[in-house]
Design a protein around this ligand. Structure first.
Ligand code: DC
Length: 223
């Protein structure tokens, strides 16, 4: 069974998808981490974010791999051509670069092919922007997570502080607004709500409440 979780930046997708995968004993696929890994590799190699052909080539050669510890469905490390980028993909520089990389059609087709290969035949929770619409249009459960702009900014600020980066609420609000703009208006696979997705607003709700709500949807499909 595929559980697709889409939604905008800082809507709570990662926290919810990870907790859900652990609870269900499903695998977990973080597709945002894959686009981040390509962006990080581009910055590392000094590839221009305007050079679509070079970025496409880089995406094809990236050999992105997730490493797991024991039977935890949540990966411990992500590597690009064997290089550990787990921490490096979460910097403000990668945040700023990733939308430009993710809007290139050839980068997306390389990532989508890899995502379909990874998920084939498994029970898996997949989070991203286009999972229920493009990558797995036949997913048995589709959720679109949202939260108010204010709450999303507050969450991102907390993440940033936790990772040791200084930022103001204003910085974060404008960063999220810019990413939403690029992600929802790009030509290839823009962020939209799949027709058959259930929208779950996480504003003011705990992670447990949201996870339980999605778990109920899963159990309706697989009692
Ligand atoms: O979920 P995230 O913040 O880690 O995603 C990083 C970026 O990757 C985000 O700006 C949009 C893009 N993305 C995408 O275009 N398609 C996906 N399936 C996942 C992420």
């Amino acid at each position: 069974m595929i559980v697709a979780i889409d939604g905008p930046a800082a809507s709570g997708k990662s926290t919810v998808a990870r907790a859900l995968a652990r609870r269900l004993g499903f695998r977990y696929l973080d597709t945002g981490a894959m686009y981040r890994a390509v962006a990080e590799e581009a910055l590392e190699q000094g590839v221009s974010l305007d050079d679509a052909a070079a970025l496409a080539e880089l995406a094809h050669a990236a050999m992105i791999a997730f490493e797991y510890a024991g039977d935890d469905p949540v990966y411990r490390r992500i590597t690009v051509r064997g290089r550990d980028v787990t921490v490096a993909i979460r910097t403000p520089e990668v945040d700023a670069a990733v939308s430009a990389v993710a809007r290139i059609p050839e980068v997306r087709s390389a990532m989508v092919a890899e995502q379909r290969r990874c998920a084939a035949g498994s029970d898996i929770v997949v989070e991203g922007r286009d999972i229920g619409t493009v990558v797995f249009p036949d997913a048995e459960v589709k959720v679109y997570l949202t939260a108010s702009a204010r709450e999303r900014a507050a969450r991102r600020l907390k993440d940033r502080a936790g990772a040791g980066y200084e930022a103001t609420l204003e910085d974060v609000v404008s960063d999220i607004a810019r990413r939403d703009e690029v992600d929802t208006t790009r030509e290839t696979s823009p962020l939209t709500v799949a027709e058959d997705a259930v929208t779950v607003d996480t504003t003011g709700r705990t992670v447990d409440e949201v996870v339980e709500a999605i778990e109920r949807l899963v159990h309706v499909r697989r009692p």
